[in-house]
Design a protein around this ligand. Sequence first.
Ligand code: IDP
Ligand code: MG
Length: 135
Amino acid sequence: MSERTLVLVKPDGVARGLVGEVLKRIETRGYKLVALELRTLDRATAENHYGEHSDKPFFKDLVDFITSGPLLAAVIEGNDAISGWRTMMGATNPSNAVPGTIRGDLATEMQNNVSHGSDSPESAAREIALFFPNL
Ligand code: IDP
Ligand code: MG
């Protein structure tokens, strides 16, 4: 079923010049780009986006990190895009991410793991509305 998901290239990925690499993988896989924007998040938006993690010990560091510089926010669309994009990203902890995935190829650290993807249809709807309210 065709669906949309939120993609972020996090500030580590933008700083390392990996935007083109990530977009190339998205486009060559066959997903359609629906929205694309380079922006630096304010703390309120970051805390909202990662609200499910607000009671975790890493929450403050995560908000510091995700607001530390420009990120690329995108909405992509395609068949089973939510789970398909999660599979392309690989495991949250890059140490467990298999080669061939974005995190498995491009990252070594749990926090600085290059990319984000919504984890369910409900998360995708919420996150797309937060980043792209006009869509
Ligand atoms: P996900 O990005 O694969 O969906 P989540 O569990 O939703 O993973 O965590 C959100 C983000 O928080 C991760 O991508 C990573 O940047 C960071 N994170 C998750 N767990 C930890 C941790 O234990 N230590 C530091 N950062 C973490
Ligand atoms: Mg998540």
